[in-house]
Ligand binder design. Structure first.
Ligand SMILES: [Fe+2]
Ligand SMILES: [Fe+2]
Length: 307
């Protein structure tokens, strides 16, 4: 029996219309000016509406959203983000990890991530020391697939778009990976930043990518998904359990005006076979001429399962 899921990233869906620059903290002011000058022309509501129409043809076990729903992480953007998520589906159908734009500055949980927490939650949610019911790494199991979310969004200094997984998540990730493979599950690890050292610009990198990569290599994963760069990439990571595709998807809302890729998302089909898994990767690409999404070049990868 095959299972289908999809990943979208970096919708940057919020509008900052009406926000006053003088009300913003330093880092947010820079982000606001970037939105005013460029981002509001690049990230378009009509593209997200087309994406939503396109998604309706698929019966998905899970829709992964790998962060950057906002521009500068204001509470009003989190409200817009929640409304958008509710349009997309129920919290049990959509699994979200934050991006660097969502964690632009430290902010009141109840007015920000508290609004998204049921979309970030694990199946069996625990409450952390701060009383927040959305701890990472998150885990959701649907059929033969374990979806493991790692949060890399952290407040950073102005002009920095870096991310960090941090020691706490790195210490919990191995047990999640081992437990899932013991149960014979296909492990999908999803996060905002690339976990491969050196593939992203220095100011956009995951600061502890080497440590994240080492955990993935040592404990294995079948598929690793991320966003952040607003470009499509296909890489591979050799892990203990075989070669895992590492796939970056562009922004879900972009017109591609400033050198980034035009909007795209990826659908995945996973099917168990005698030697492991068959993974079909099926990109869906926005067509500015028609205003709709259309199939891109698909690819099939056979993943041999370690015995
Ligand atoms: Fe982004
Ligand atoms: Fe980002």
């Amino acid at each position: 029996m095959s299972q289908t899921f999809a990943q979208i990233s970096d919708p940057h869906l919020s509008s900052l219309e009406g926000v006053r620059v003088r009300d913003l903290l330093n880092k947010r002011a820079l982000g606001y000016l970037s939105w005013r000058r460029k981002r509001r022309f690049e990230h378009r509501t009509e593209v997200l509406q087309a994406l939503q129409r396109d998604l309706q043809q698929f019966s998905l076990d899970q829709l992964l959203v790998t962060g950057d729903l906002t521009h500068i992480g204001l509470p009003l953007e989190f409200e817009q983000g929640r409304a958008w998520l509710q349009q997309l589906g129920e919290p049990g159908q959509i699994a979200l990890v934050p991006g660097n734009h969502d964690t632009c500055v430290a902010a009141d949980w109840d007015k920000t991530f508290g609004l998204w927490q049921d979309y970030m939650a694990s199946d069996a949610e625990s409450v952390d020391a701060a009383g927040h019911a959305a701890t990472f790494p998150s885990l959701r199991v649907r059929g033969d697939i374990a979806f493991i979310g790692v949060s890399t969004g952290r407040p950073k200094p102005p002009l920095m778009a870096t991310g960090t997984a941090g020691a706490s998540q790195l210490s919990r990730l191995p047990a999640l990976l081992e437990d899932a493979t013991t149960k014979g599950l296909f492990r999908v690890v999803y996060l905002h930043h690339s976990p491969l050292p050196g593939v992203e610009k220095w100011r956009k990198r995951l600061t502890d990518a080497a440590a994240v990569q080492a955990v993935l290599c040592e404990h294995g994963a079948e598929l690793i998904l991320h966003g952040h760069g607003h470009r499509a990439h296909y890489n591979e990571l050799r892990t203990r359990d075989g070669v895992a595709p590492v796939i970056a998807v562009p922004s879900a809302s972009a017109l591609g005006l400033h050198g980034a890729d035009v909007a795209r998302y990826n659908c995945y089909n996973v099917e168990r076979n005698d030697s492991g898994w068959q993974l079909d990767i099926m990109p869906r690409c926005y067509q500015p001429a028609t205003g709709e999404f259309a199939p891109g070049e698909s690819r099939t990868v056979l993943l041999t399962r370690r015995v």
